[in-house]
Ligand binder design. Sequence first.
Ligand SMILES: Nc1ncnc2c1ncn2[C@@H]1O[C@H](COP(=O)(O)OP(=O)(O)O)[C@@H](O)[C@H]1O
Ligand SMILES: O=P(O)(O)OC[C@H]1O[C@H](OP(=O)(O)OP(=O)(O)O)[C@H](O)[C@@H]1O
Length: 181
Amino acid sequence: MTAGRLIAVVGPSGVGKDSVMGGLVVAMPHLYLVRRVITRAPDLGGEDYVAVSVSEFEAMAGDGRFAIHWHAHGLCYGVPALVQHHLKNGTDCLVNFSRKALAQASETFPRLVVLNITARPETLAERLAARGRETDDEIAERLAQAETRLPDDLHVIHLSNDGPLSHTVAQATRLLQPERA
Ligand SMILES: Nc1ncnc2c1ncn2[C@@H]1O[C@H](COP(=O)(O)OP(=O)(O)O)[C@@H](O)[C@H]1O
Ligand SMILES: O=P(O)(O)OC[C@H]1O[C@H](OP(=O)(O)OP(=O)(O)O)[C@H](O)[C@@H]1O
């Protein structure tokens, strides 16, 4: 059986990764949406995640409970090892990912597809303010990191989300059809 693809959705804070992923799982119901483990306070919205403390996260990492994990924005993020089971069974998996963890991901996931979402800087600033999950200082820090170079030699699909979300989701759905991506 052919392994499933790990579809890593990346892009700067506020670009719309979680929003696009929400639309994609409706349009492509066979996709498995990864629920990340994050050392963030619970119920802050934006995505459905498992909230843990730093010591819980470290214990999980030590027990091999993550397929991959990274650190960003003062938080730890883990992709549960269960994703490897779904990939092995041929299921495509969708995950909100870090651009800085892609080099490591290309070694862990042989069928890695990167969906790189972009938007103008003013769009990002407006959206982060409207989302309201972070403080003004945290937003400024995220905006300062908006530009991050992707590693070479990856299968990357670039997509702008400056326009309406429905348009972006329709384009992503078309570009991610298994026979194309
Ligand atoms: N195409 C779009 N048009 C208008 N608002 C959008 C669009 N995409 C996302 N948003 C809004 O922008 C904010 C940030 O989106 P989010 O999905 O949380 O981004 P990310 O996960 O990349 O940080 C949210 O409030 C979301 O509702
Ligand atoms: O290496 P980078 O590409 O800069 O990404 C760093 C982190 O930012 C995002 O996290 P999170 O979903 O918490 O933030 P966001 O919704 O504001 O993008 C992404 O999922 C990474 O965990």
